[in-house]
Structure formats: structure tokens, C-alpha cells
Design a protein around this ligand. Structure first.
Ligand code: GDD
Ligand code: MN
Length: 365
């Protein structure tokens, strides 16, 4: 009989083919004496990371692979990995060798040694830790993100953005229904989801420089971070997708007015022709922005899917516009004095309509 598992290490990957074998070899050394498993959660990386991980798994059954197809997202990958183990402790660790695996046995030791602790967190900002070769820009951005995290965290955590931590599996499993799963900030998500403050220790380490492959932390991820913070603070009042959809809709209104002024005032088109052009441009603008941002996790790609989605979106929004005008005109008939309130309610009805139907017919599954 093999001994019961002590710990699982969840490794989210996207295009880390060159790194997974090295990481598993390092885990083998670092976790010697413990019963462990590694769970690679790959989002169908084009570079074949999942194949590389499966080749490792054939040679070493402690390696497991979850390949998600048609899904993207670091946080959701970590959540699914953490739910896929029977081990009492589970770590999350990047697959690009930037995290120091020497911390893992110490994390196991502190959690096994103190039942009151929920979490052991690898920390770059606790005394003794470091960010290695970061440029000034990234240091500044990281400091800003860390300060923003204080908006949703009540605990005094030096490195809330850490992607490297170990937690009791039962604790995280109980929290899963409350997790937002947006973007990169899985630890922040877990800590801010918990109804009681989680007890943690921070173990300092130095973030290593990436040797192979590249970071996926881009502007969209930064935006997702802001979205996740919003979701934590306000998401129950106005759902985050609807908020984004509406914000993009407001931008679309600006685009509409810009095109209309160009066509009507500058080019001397008829008002009707200007309106038609402005509506078409604004709808197209909204479609692509919503596809890239609001529905990033189920983004339509490829000419055919984009075209179908665009048509569906335009149809939904055309009906939405009729509803908008209809409601506004009706309210205005009832109470002529309140023209602005009538118009705003029309806009609201149109926005809810557009949102509800496009989430089903354009980006639905
Ligand atoms: N499955 C999956 N899906 N994995 C992903 C995805 C995704 O969409 N995006 C990134 N990953 C994997 C990468 O392959 C890597 O193993 C790990 O997640 C971290 O991604 P990087 O792209 O290397 O992020 P980073 O090094 O810039 O960011 C690190 O530091 C941040 C704080 O500065 C991460 O540890 C972040 O979690 C951390 O917040
Ligand atoms: Mn990295």
C-alpha cells in the first residue's frame, strides 16, 4: 500500500512546455519523504504542454493532468485543480519555475504542526523575501495592486497577490461557491471570500526570473484584477458582467455621437443616413469590445463564429433599441413632464434587454 497523500501541488499552465518536466523533477527533490501528487491544469496550450505533462504522468503516476478545452483563466484553473485532489493540503504554484519549491516542505510542516492555521503563503514582501529582477515599472504596478487589495482584505497580508500558497483542502473546498474565479488573483479571492478571517503565515522567498516562455500577465489581466475587486465589493448589487456591458454601452453611445456628427455635420449626410451609419458602427464597436472584455472567457474566435455572433448581437440590439424607444415614448405619454427620466428608463430597459439576450444568443453556450 502506498501511504496516504500528504499534499497536492496544483500547477496551472499555459504554454509552459519547456518548464513542466524541470518543475516535476524539482518537486521530486523538494518533497522527498512526503506523499505528494502534482496536478497540472492546462488550458489546452497550443505549445502542447498537456502532452508533455501526460508524458511525465506515464512515467510517474504522482503526476496528474487536467486538460481544459475551450476555457481560459488562471483562477478557475487553480480552483478546479484544488477540487481534484483527496490530499488534506493543497498548494498552488506557477508552472514557470518562478516560485521556490524549497518552501513547499516548510509549508507542509507549519500546516501539519498547527491545526489552527489555514494557510501558508509564499511571500515576496515579507521580511527576507524579494522580487528578484523586476524593473521599476513592475515594482510600482505591483505596489499599487497590493494597496488596492487592502480594499477587500481585512487582514494584514504583505503579499496578497502571491500566486504561491498552501491551504487546507477542506477549507478551500467550502469556499468554492463564493469564489469569483476572475483573473489571476486566486489567493486574494480566497481570503476575501471567507466569512471568517483565515489564519495564515507568510514565508518569505525570492521570486525567480522566468527562464523559458513568457508571462501572461497583460493589460487584460490587470483589468480583470480591477474587475475582481469590483466584484468583491459591489458584485452582489450590480453583477460585474452587466457593469462592464453597460460601461462599454456608454462608450458605444460616445462612438455613435461621434460618427453621427461626422456624417451629419461634416459630411452633410441626411440625419437618417447618419443615424444608420452611427448605429452600425456603435453596435460593431460594442460587439468587439464585449467579445474581448466582458466575455473574454467565452470569446468568439474565427471569422465564421465572429460573423454569426455579430449578426446575433446586432439583431438583439436592434430589438433593444425598439424597446428602449418604446418604453421611453410610453412613459413620456403617461407623464410628459418627465422626459429625461422616461429616456433614462428606456435606456435601462434597452440595456437589460441587450445584456440578457446577447449573453444567451451571442455568447451563450
Ligand atoms: N491554466 C492556465 N490558464 N494557466 C495559466 C493561465 C491560464 O489562462 N494564465 C497563466 N497561467 C499559468 C502560467 O502558465 C504560469 O504557470 C502561471 O499561471 C503564472 O502565470 P505567469 O503568466 O507566469 O504570471 P506572472 O509570473 O506574470 O505572475 C505571477 O506573479 C503575480 C504577482 O506578481 C503569478 O504568480 C500571479 O499569480 C501573481 O499574482
Ligand atoms: Mn510567471
Amino acid at each position: 500500500m502506498t501511504p496516504p497523500l500528504d499534499v497536492a501541488v496544483v500547477i496551472p499552465t499555459f504554454n509552459e512546455r519547456a518548464n513542466v518536466a524541470v518543475l516535476v523533477a524539482r518537486l521530486d527533490v523538494a518533497l522527498a519523504g512526503l506523499a505528494w501528487e502534482a496536478i497540472v491544469v492546462d488550458d489546452d496550450s497550443p505549445d502542447g504542454t498537456a502532452d508533455a505533462a501526460r508524458a511525465l504522468a506515464l512515467a510517474d503516476p504522482r503526476v496528474r493532468v487536467i486538460q481544459r478545452i475551450g476555457r481560459r483563466g488562471l483562477s478557475t484553473a487553480c480552483i478546479e485543480g484544488m477540487c481534484a485532489t483527496a490530499a488534506p493540503l493543497v498548494a498552488v504554484m506557477d508552472g514557470d519555475l518562478q516560485h521556490d519549491e524549497a518552501l513547499l516542505p516548510r509549508m507542509v510542516a507549519v500546516l501539519q504542526g498547527d491545526p489552527a492555521l489555514d494557510l501558508a503563503i509564499g511571500s515576496r514582501f515579507a521580511p527576507g523575501g524579494g522580487t528578484g529582477e523586476w524593473d521599476r515599472d513592475r515594482v510600482a504596478k505591483s505596489a499599487l495592486a497590493t494597496r488596492l487589495a487592502a480594499l477587500v482584505l481585512r487582514s494584514d497580508l504583505a503579499d496578497p497577490m502571491s500566486g504561491f500558497f498552501m491551504i487546507r483542502t477542506a477549507t478551500v473546498r467550502a469556499l468554492v461557491p463564493r469564489l469569483g474565479g476572475i483573473g489571476f488573483k486566486i489567493l486574494l479571492d480566497i481570503m476575501s471570500a471567507s466569512p471568517r478571517p483565515l489564519a495564515f503565515v507568510e514565508l518569505p522567498y525570492t521570486f525567480r526570473t522566468r527562464a523559458a516562455g513568457e508571462s501572461k500577465l497583460d493589460h487584460v489581466v490587470a483589468l480583470e484584477y480591477l474587475i475582481a475587486l469590483y466584484d468583491r465589493r459591489m458584485g452582489r448589487i450590480v453583477p460585474v458582467r452587466f457593469a462592464m456591458f453597460s460601461a462599454i454601452g456608454a462608450l458605444g453611445a460616445g462612438v455613435h455621437m461621434a460618427v453621427l456628427s461626422l456624417a451629419y455635420l461634416l459630411l452633410g449626410w441626411s440625419f437618417l443616413a447618419g443615424e444608420i451609419a452611427a448605429t452600425a458602427v456603435a453596435m460593431t464597436f460594442n460587439f468587439f469590445l464585449n467579445n474581448a472584455l466582458t466575455y473574454r472567457d467565452r470569446r468568439l474566435t474565427g471569422a465564421r463564429a465572429l460573423f454569426d455572433g455579430w449578426i446575433a448581437f446586432c439583431l438583439v440590439c436592434s430589438v433593444g433599441a425598439v424597446a428602449n424607444v418604446g418604453v421611453a415614448a410610453f412613459l413620456h405619454d403617461v407623464r410628459a413632464g418627465y422626459w429625461a427620466a422616461s429616456a433614462l428608463l428606456g435606456v435601462l430597459v434597452g440595456a437589460v434587454w441587450n445584456y440578457a439576450l446577447s449573453s444567451r444568443f451571442t455568447w451563450g453556450r
